[in-house]
Design a protein around this ligand. Structure first.
Ligand SMILES: [Zn+2]
Length: 474
């Protein structure tokens, strides 16, 4: 069977096949962050999903060329640069670094390319000039350059490939910036924005005078510069489908750079929204979390990752604290099984080219089905149960244990939970355990209980046995 994915372009699940079967790698672009603040978990749902799809494509034998852009010029950024007095590069640099650190915390593989919009100004200008030469872009009285949807349609192109457009709704939902517009049609969007006093020092020279690029053209320029005018996969949050992605298609295909019959992108894949406690995340509701907020509350990156990939990417996901806490026991079960397998395998090394195991085959079947993670988790936890039973019965030989372990590591290469066979115990917890042992020896049971509670607050519990006491993760 082959991998099937929902393609937003055709509104149906389709088999994933590369656009160029002989190409060395699959071109994979995901719209990245706008770096004016720390990323929140709603943003990271999309990025963790993109990481899962990339890892699964690699598991299925594809080489992936993963590109994620960094939007480092935009209205909010310009306002903050003016307010803080920092340079554009300083201001966006700190949030870009923070974003990459958060991505690593969530065990996301680093994209192969992380282009910044401000490094692609010549390519952006080149695309706008091409659109101008073809009569699709025009300069308005305010000095800005706009994309004409009517002219684009007149060339025989379709605007409205990802969404069925209702012209009235289109006007209502259009992303309107604070800039004053002087365009021919309300639906037209800016490719180049003429410099206004509020832009401060953030501007570039162009054939149309000083100004800066529109947001949509940045992604067309960066994706095509790195992956070529036609590529395989474009991902993003569902809120980007319109107008951002629709405009990307229009700008990119409007240049006529694609070979006849080739689209800009073959498969468009969108991840659904994330709610927190059933509501849209907002700072005023107090349900707004960055990855850093959750780490500060004692959660781990792998727990957040696990929760974010516990639901299907096309389902709206309800993120709750209870849900996040529940990941602990599930991960602890998995870790305990992996730890026992490691112990049983000992120094046994599995053969390097073992055929896919039953676990891998069922896992593949689940994820081939439009990344059906619920099915994949069911397969994984059935395997945990069955492995525990085999371990308990003593029927698992060291070489069989080593083979199972290898099979799990292949599966975890996709899920990215980073099997932790032996939990690292923090020094603070070890110190508390020693304090409790001393209290017990002195028969100060009140103190021993107090210390036990302190350990609990750190996420650890004590297990006493004849051979002594040991720490266990809660
Ligand atoms: Zn984009």
């Amino acid at each position: 069977m082959a991998l099937r994915l929902f393609n937003s372009l055709h509104r149906r699940v389709e088999e994933f096949t590369p656009l160029f079967p002989d190409a060395e790698s699959v071109g994979f672009y995901c719209c990245g962050p706008t770096v004016y603040d720390f990323g929140h978990i709603g943003n990271f749902r999309t990025f963790v999903f993109a990481d899962l799809l990339r890892r699964y494509l690699e598991f299925r034998g594809f080489r992936v060329n993963h590109v994620m852009n960094i939007t480092d010029v935009e209205d909010k950024i310009i306002r903050q640069v003016a307010a803080t007095g920092q340079s554009l590069a300083e201001f966006t640099g700190q949030y870009t670094e923070a974003f990459l650190a958060d991505l690593a915390t969530l065990s996301c593989l680093k994209p192969h390319f992380l282009p910044k919009a401000t490094d692609y100004i010549p390519q952006i200008i080149d695309l706008i000039q091409r659109l101008e030469q073809r009569g699709i872009a025009y300069r308005a009285g305010d000095g800005s350059v706009y994309f004409s949807i009517n002219k684009y349609r007149a060339c025989g192109c379709c605007y409205g490939q990802l969404v069925t457009l209702d012209p009235e709704a289109q006007r209502r939902t259009e992303r309107v910036s604070g800039d004053s517009y002087d365009k021919d049609d309300l639906a037209d969007f800016a490719l180049w924005k003429a410099r206004v006093p509020g832009d401060g020092v953030v501007f570039w020279d162009s054939p149309w005078g000083e100004g800066r690029p529109g947001w949509h053209i940045e992604c067309s320029a960066m994706s095509m510069a790195i992956l070529g005018p036609s590529f395989d996969l474009h991902l993003g949050g569902e809120d980007l489908a319109f107008p951002h992605h629709e405009d990307e298609i229009a700008q990119s295909e409007g240049t006529g750079l694609q070979q006849p019959g080739r689209p800009f992108v073959k498969h468009w894949v969108h991840a659904a929204h994330l709610l927190v406690d059933g509501k849209k995340m907002s700072k005023s509701l107090g349900n707004f979390f960055t990855v850093r907020d959750l780490l500060g509350q004692g959660f781990q990156g792998r727990e957040i990752r696990f929760l974010l990939i516990s639901a299907h990417y096309r389902e709206t996901f309800n993120f709750t604290r209870d849900g996040l806490e529940a990941t602990r026991s599930a991960l602890a079960r998995l870790d305990a099984t992996v730890a026992q397998l490691t112990e049983r395998a000992g120094s046994e090394v599995p053969e390097t080219s073992t055929p896919p195991s039953a676990l891998e085959m069922s896992f593949t079947e689940a994820l081939d089905d439009d990344l059906n993670v619920s099915k994949a988790w069911a397969v994984i936890f059935d395997w945990v149960r069955e492995t525990n039973a085999a371990l308990a019965s003593g029927s698992l030989s060291p070489s069989a244990a080593a083979a199972r372990l290898q099979s799990w590591l292949r599966v975890d290469g996709v899920m990215g939970l980073g099997g932790r066979p032996v939990a690292e115990v923090p020094a603070a917890a070890i110190a508390l355990l020693e304090k409790r042992n001393a209290a017990k020896a002195a028969r100060d049971f009140g103190m021993a209980d107090t210390v036990r509670n302190e350990l609990k607050a750190l996420g650890w519990t004590v297990e006493d046995s004849k051979t002594g006491s040991k720490l266990k993760r809660l």
